[in-house]
Design a protein around this ligand. Structure first.
Ligand code: 6PG
Length: 247
């Protein structure tokens, strides 16, 4: 794994840099393999990135006909719900881009049986290139919650121990809810993972995650892709990191 930590002035600069990296990753994948497979994250930080990708500047830079959209996690809500990650992505950029409808794959958080929804999503992932026996994304976008969760891999939850399934449905007791999420095995099989973290509320946790906490204390520490891991941070989130790490 290659890990890089990039620090930017503010969340806006993080999202612009992320847009540049998405363009690079997409064009590289399309050139080499003819297609680009990306998994999107929910949360507030990537929303701005998505808006940039639909703007005049970036929209022209990717051949959207060759882009395949998947999701890293979903809440147990229907697609039109305000908390739906799918809805957020649709409104922020997917609806404005010429991506063939059959290439946009949402997790069905509205299903009563979320285990079934997770198994169906795992089936969909079989359309990706298979590498090391697992589907391989070109790029997976992730964020980090204040509690150190990423995707819907929350502290203390069963999905953290998943070794085989690529998609897991689980109860998140601390939120009193259920989620569907990609598992570590498929996330860590990606060519590239990009972790976007902004805001002062993340600073202490980020210092623990990257520096002082023992391995395995926080779910995001389990993100160790075979390819590249790019952390994109704003100055506020990075404010408690030692200079050595960020120089
Ligand atoms: C979700 C996410 C989640 C998110 C983090 C960070 O569905 O909520 O996929 O893992 O990325 O909670 O969210 P922010 O970017 O809003 O801080």
């Amino acid at each position: 794994m290659g890990r890089a930590i990039h620090i930017f002035n503010d969340a806006e600069a993080v999202s612009l840099a992320a847009a540049e990296l998405v363009v690079l990753a997409a064009n590289q994948a399309i050139e080499v393999r003819g297609q680009f497979y990306i998994a999107l994250s929910g949360g507030s930080t990537p929303k701005r990135l998505y808006q940039h990708l639909a703007s005049d500047v970036y929209k022209q830079q990717i051949d959207w006909q060759k882009v395949h959209i998947y999701f890293g996690d979903e809440r147990s809500v229907p697609p039109e719900h305000p908390e739906s990650n799918y809805r957020m992505a649709r409104e922020a950029f997917l609806d404005q881009l010429p991506i063939p409808e059959q290439q946009i794959h949402r997790m069905q958080g509205e299903q009563v049986d979320l285990e079934k929804a997770a198994a169906e999503y795992a089936e969909l992932l079989q359309a990706l290139p298979i590498c090391n026996g697992l589907p391989q994304f070109d790029l997976i976008l992730l964020g980090m919650g204040d509690d150190g969760h990423t995707a819907s891999l929350f502290p203390g939850t069963v999905a953290l121990a998943e070794k085989k399934k690529t998609v897991v449905a689980q109860t998140v007791p601390q939120l009193n809810t259920q989620r569907i999420t990609l598992s570590y095995p498929v996330i860590n099989n990606a060519h590239q993972v990009m972790l976007l973290v902004a805001g002062e509320s993340k600073a202490s946790r980020l210092e623990e995650v990257l520096v002082s906490a023992p391995e395995g204390r926080y779910p995001v520490q389990g993100i160790k892709p075979k390819g590249i891991l790019n952390w994109l941070l704003d100055r506020n989130a990075a404010s408690k990191l030692p200079r050595m790490l960020v120089a």
